[in-house]
Design a protein around this ligand. Structure first.
Ligand SMILES: [Zn+2]
Length: 200
């Protein structure tokens, strides 16, 4: 399982400070009272956008490893939350998805670029739609409107911290739910500028 490592750092600072070495897991998430033999279990690498390490523990009683995912990283998706946000920002400011896809990924075919872009847009719409429900917000699931409404620069990373205790209820790439869990898919958003549904 993955749990959140609140660093307040950028990826460059995380690498520079080797912050995975300072990561601490106070108690086992499966056995908060202890006594399960929780032990440090080395690190594993994330290779994109830059090589860095993620601290990991192991609970022998639950037969499960527990890793501390830094707050800036997307979960089960390459790269950082800010990178995804920037891509969707570009799409929001372009006249069409085709224009955004060509601009963002000129080195690949338009079909591949559109698929790449739609996947990111879908993640952001799903996250903001879930956030609306959980936070009781009336703000449309559009980054620039969310930014204006809540006075935040990085919407996704800010949400990560704001809803840190409820990340299990959020879809990837913000939430830390197990891969197989699909309960976070609620009703699809009725309106977004691309007419994309949030269903899986
Ligand atoms: Zn344990």
């Amino acid at each position: 399982m993955q749990i959140l490592y609140v660093t307040g750092l950028t990826i460059s600072q995380y690498i520079e400070q080797r912050a995975w070495e300072q990561a601490k897991l106070e108690s086992c998430p499966f056995h908060p009272k202890g006594g399960c033999g929780l032990e440090k279990h080395g690190t594993y690498p994330r290779k994109f956008p830059e090589y860095c390490l993620i601290a990991r523990w192991y609970c022998p009683k639950a037969h499960s490893s527990i890793s501390l995912l830094p707050d800036f990283f997307a979960c089960r998706f390459p790269g950082t939350l800010n990178e995804v946000e920037e891509v969707v920002d570009t799409a929001e400011s372009c006249e069409s998805l085709e224009q955004a896809a060509t601009f963002l990924r000129p080195e690949i075919t338009l079909t591949s670029a559109l698929r790449w872009l739609r996947r990111r847009i879908k993640h952001v719409i799903e996250i903001l739609t879930t956030a609306k429900g959980i936070l009781g917000s009336t703000c449309p699931a559009i980054l620039k409107l969310w930014r204006k409404r809540y006075f935040v620069k990085n919407v996704l990373q800010d949400l990560r911290i704001k809803v840190a205790g409820r990340l299990h209820a959020f879809p990837p790439i913000l939430g830390l739910a197990p891969r197989s869990v699909s309960r976070y898919f609620t009703k699809p958003p009725s309106n977004n500028q691309w007419g994309l549904s949030s269903s899986p």
